[in-house]
Design a protein around this ligand. Structure first.
Ligand SMILES: NC(=O)c1ccc[n+]([C@@H]2O[C@H](COP(=O)([O-])OP(=O)(O)OC[C@H]3O[C@@H](n4cnc5c(N)ncnc54)[C@H](OP(=O)(O)O)[C@@H]3O)[C@@H](O)[C@H]2O)c1
Length: 347
């Protein structure tokens, strides 16, 4: 476990060269992305100005503008640019990326946290025919990376995908020929199982990207429990038995045992900036005062400091090797081929 003290101490060492100068947050309008962005802006006080692209839905604009005003009070020199976009649509993800590419040469940090667990068992599709949570938690995230790779590579940047790194199992993907869970016309869709599959697809996809793009550091991270209201997003009827159960039991429990906003934000800032998870010495904070001590990613071929890092809520790296080996053999090629087929029209 990386202790909160170690996290705070690492974050206090951030300098103008190790704070991400240009970042994009997709999912930073609430929850974990929002807490991380606040921690980033706080850490940037007294250093060179940073610029952050904050992507959000038009419907979230008023709340987000208020949030941005609060960030300006923390550091008036931090430039936060609100980019409206409905990123459950791949066409919108592409449009947002084009805007960033037209303005920036390089990108230090891509923080991906949009999504929710689709608790109900009814399949909800975007206008492009993808299940909404799958699009947010997998397809749109891979598309962001693919489209922004030139900028990320130029910067030696980092991608942090917040979902369930380390939780993947070979059975997480029951049917490699039905990756979009459309079987029986979507009638067999089960929210809990879907979320488990999206976690595994995230890891498999990000691992391919990490293998092919060694200049960029990739983290797939599991936040543990953070009471962000996320649990409500996949509930279609708040007045249902499930809704009452969440209101009376789950939410109070999450508030009780979940991590605080402050600690969550600091822990993710650490994940965005620490050399513990690889990256170049010039652009990351040293771990325990030393260089070259970063842990290993998932792919043994890559050696220490490279590949995809699966990070748990304690900020430890968990290669999850036995499960990953089986999952790779079973599903990686199928997942990647299918992903390229889905994303093809938008690349
Ligand atoms: N919180 C936890 O304890 C926990 C635990 C394990 C995994 N996770 C996963 O970690 C990720 C981040 O969690 P979080 O708690 O930070 O989430 P959150 O606060 O509920 O939401 C994060 C972002 O997702 C966006 N979003 C949600 N539904 C959307 C939709 N239909 N279309 C477009 N954007 C949508 C939100 O946009 P708006 O602001 O516009 O609504 C927000 O920016 C999620 O994928 C979640 O499933 C969370």
């Amino acid at each position: 476990m990386v202790t909160y003290k170690q996290i705070q101490s690492s974050n206090s060492l951030l300098t103008s060269s190790t704070i991400p100068r240009v970042s994009l947050f997709a999912g930073g309008t609430s929850g974990i992305g929002k807490y991380t962005l606040r921690a980033l802006v706080s850490a940037s006080v007294g250093h060179d100005p940073i610029r952050v692209y904050l992507v959000g839905r038009e419907s979230s604009r008023p709340a987000t503008e208020e949030f941005i005003s609060s960030l300006r009070l923390i550091n008036p020199n931090a430039e936060i640019v609100f980019l409206p976009g409905e990123i459950s649509l791949l066409s919108e993800t592409k449009r947002v990326c084009s805007v960033v590419k037209s303005r920036e040469q390089s990108l230090d940090l891509l923080f991906l946290s949009a999504g929710f667990a689709p608790f109900g068992n009814a399949r909800t599709e975007t206008a492009e025919g993808l299940e909404v949570a799958q699009s947010l938690e997998y397809y749109s995230r891979v598309l962001f990376v693919e489209l922004l790779l030139p900028l990320l590579s130029r910067a030696g940047g980092r991608v942090v995908s917040v979902l369930g790194g380390g939780l993947e199992r070979p059975g997480s993907i029951p049917d490699v020929d039905d990756l979009d869970l459309k079987g029986s016309g979507g009638k067999g869709f089960m929210g809990y199982k879907a979320q488990t599959q999206y976690v595994a697809m995230n890891t498999l996809g990000m691992e391919v990207l990490a293998r092919e793009n060694r200049a960029v550091t990739f983290l797939h991270s599991w936040p543990g429990i953070v009471s962000t209201g996320n649990v409500w997003r996949g509930v279609q009827d708040k007045n249902s038995a499930l809704g009452w159960f969440i209101w009376l039991v789950v939410e109070p429990l999450l508030r009780l045992i979940g991590r605080s906003e402050q600690e969550c934000g600091e822990r993710y800032l650490f994940q965005c900036t620490s050399g513990y998870y690889g990256g170049s010495a010039e652009k990351t904070t040293a771990w325990n005062g030393k260089r070259g001590e970063s842990t290993k990613g998932t792919d043994e071929q890559e050696g220490a400091g490279h590949g995809l890092f699966l990070v748990n809520y304690k900020c430890d790296c968990t290669p999850n090797e036995a499960n990953m080996k089986a999952l790779r053999e079973k599903a990686q090629k199928k997942v990647w081929d299918h992903t390229m087929q889905v994303l093809g029209p938008y690349m």
